[in-house]
Design a protein around this ligand. Structure first.
Ligand SMILES: Cc1ncc(COP(=O)(O)O)c(C=O)c1O
Length: 440
């Protein structure tokens, strides 16, 4: 078969978070996908070990989701998002609130994880402003955190490469230490037992800056983009306790963790810790249409909306907030998750993935393997003078052998769709193992 890219001019498209020159010298194109499989332009089938990019939790092109989008596009393509609404967005909001723990009952729609994070940060500021505590403007993020590519998310994020070229960020951001430690946690299965004390650094930050200056702490329940950094036992609980004591809002960025990745609707349920604000995206539509949302506890919404003096209580929103196609796709994705029992399925597959990945412990250059829910990572020793090279080569070797994984530097992450078969989960790990054998 002729490779499609020979007929394409690859020049104009500037790919995001991609080595563009390397990609264009050796392009990899996906032309179709179904279930757990993707097909390349040269006709090869790949097993998707990354759920697209942590988003296709129900597999690709699920017929139910495809049909819902098709029907919605024919019935109502768009309705003005400000001062008007449409029924599907209201139904979806009600459903998300019912799925969420505690009183996370208010739902603000966005179009991506980045927009959800920026929205959540603004809600936190607006909350304190509404309560007469306008001095609370400081945010606390975490080293190695990823919160999207907006200026807000980049500021609270803790990945140096994402920040280095962009000068000033949000003022007043402080970062907690990251929670991963090779010496104390390497090869942990599930949550490491060492490291809850790292949350106590928040007490120091609060003491140095004074609680009256801090608006919110934002963390991913487990850090996905930085390479599946699993929270130590007790860590999130401790963050919750310290933030509550000091009147600081706690934001969980659940863009990766919500909708079954951890075997529950939200990571908050898995970890038994309820934050004040939750950001979601990705799995909300199963990846088929861009959408994000921010879920907010009653008290926060009441302070901003119910107590407002302005008729418009919160001057923020997007043309496509609650877009009809995205709302329809999300309703269908939630149906699929529920009817096919996919969150329980993820929980059942967790042990399969854990055993399969940890079976790679003796491979050359492996310095750590970790996992939680239906996500895991294999960390490789960086090659002398060429950090990231081994990870990139492992990604390429796995791709050539028919499995899609993701490389973040020298860490290989996997996150199979929740519909994957046990054998497919095992294949992802064994093919990755074969790929590692190819590397020096
Ligand atoms: C935790 C987290 N927050 C935010 C984002 C940004 O989402 P998006 O790329 O949809 O803007 C991501 C993306 O991977 C993420 O993992």
């Amino acid at each position: 078969m002729t490779r499609l890219h020979n007929e394409l001019d690859l020049d104009a498209y500037w790919l995001p978070f991609t080595a563009n020159r390397a990609f264009k010298a050796n392009p990899r194109l996906i032309v179709s996908a179904s279930g757990t499989r993707c097909r390349t332009d040269d006709g090869r089938e790949l097993l998707d070990g990354m759920s697209g990019l942590w988003c296709c939790n129900a597999g690709h092109s699920h017929p139910r989701i495809v049909e819902a989008i098709r029907r919605q596009a024919a019935e109502l393509d768009y309705a003005m998002a400000f001062q008007l609404g449409h029924p599907t967005a209201f139904r979806l909001a009600e459903r998300l609130a019912a799925m969420a723990p505690a009183d996370l009952n208010a739902v603000f729609f966005t179009n991506s994880g980045s927009e959800s994070v920026d929205t959540a940060l603004k809600i936190a500021l607006a909350y304190h402003h509404a309560r007469g505590e306008s001095s609370r403007t400081r945010f606390v993020g975490r080293e190695r955190g990823y919160h999207g590519a907006g200026f807000g998310g980049t500021s609270v994020g803790g990945i140096g490469n994402n920040r280095k070229a962009f000068g000033a960020h949000l003022p007043d951001v402080v970062h907690l230490p990251q929670t991963h430690d090779l010496e104390h946690q390497a090869f942990s299965r599930g949550q490491p037992t060492w490291g809850a004390h790292l949350a106590d650094e928040l007490e120091r930050i609060v003491a140095v800056n004074h609680p009256s200056t801090i608006a919110a702490v934002i963390v991913e329940p487990f850090a996905g983009s930085a390479g599946v950094l699993v929270p130590p036992v007790g860590y999130l609980e401790r963050l919750r306790e310290i933030t509550t004591r000091h009147g600081i809002l706690l934001i969980f960025d659940e863009v990766i963790t919500a909708f079954g990745r951890l075997g529950t609707a939200f990571a908050a349920q898995r970890f038994g810790t309820v934050p004040d604000i939750v950001t979601v995206a990705k799995g909300i539509t199963g990846g088929a249409v861009p959408m994000g949302a921010v879920l907010v506890r009653d008290e926060v919404r009441e302070a901003i909306v119910d107590a407002a003096r302005d008729p418009i209580e919160f001057f923020h929103g997007y043309t496509y907030s609650g877009h009809p196609l995205a709302s329809a796709a999300a309703m269908a994705a939630l149906d699929v998750y529920e009817e096919e029992g996919l969150f329980d399925r993820a929980r059942r597959l967790e042990g399969v993935l854990e055993d399969a990945l940890h079976g790679l412990a003796d491979k050359r250059n492996v310095v750590d393997i970790r996992n939680i829910g239906l996500a895991g990572a294999v960390e490789l020793r960086p090659r002398n003078g060429a950090p990231g090279a081994r990870g990139g080569e492992a990604f390429g070797a796995a791709f050539d052998r028919g499995v899609l994984v993701r490389a973040t530097g020298d860490i290989i992450a996997v996150a199979p769709p929740l519909v994957a078969l046990e054998e497919e989960v095992e294949t992802i790990a064994s093919v990755l193992g074969g790929a590692l054998d190819d590397l020096d």
